[in-house]
Design a protein. Sequence first.
Length: 206
Amino acid sequence: MNDDLADVPPEEFVAARDELVKRLKAEGKADQAAEVKRLRKPTVTQWIAEQVRRHSSDDIDVLRSTLSDMATAQEAAITSGDRDALRTATAKRREAVKAVGRAVEQTLARNGRPAQLRDDVLSLIESGVTEEVAAGTFGLRDDIELPGRPRKEPARDRVAERRAAVATAAIEAAQARVSRARDELAKAESELAAMVRRHGRAEGDA
């Protein structure tokens, strides 16, 4: 947000923004004026979060440092199983969050804003700082090298394999039946031929 508007309360933001746009245009700064014109009025939660970041920067810096340490410790716990550093970093991060929480409470009181906004403001600040120092999934780098694990086959592949196995068994059973049928046919033909030969000899003897 433009520094000239950062401390302006949300209720006064639009009027202050438009006045700044006029001044910038009068000074021949058309590009800056257009950029300021695109700014939208912040919610009270967003504005308080920005006030804390601006006026309690030491607490924010400590939070930033502890979140960075925690991200590093998370990676170590995942890649090498070292959980001691993660427990230490988690404890420090908890204390840093408490300090920022106190700064939020003071900022809300100083500006006459509802105390029940504390948790929303704190969550907004923490998520923003986390994104700054440890962008990725759950505070982990997207390119982190995870330990090798046996690859699990997708469920659909296992289903397809089972179906293929059933089909193969069915084909083999059918082939076996055909083979038995052929054997029985050959046996029947042999018995028929023998009967014909015996019958022929019997007629000759008569």
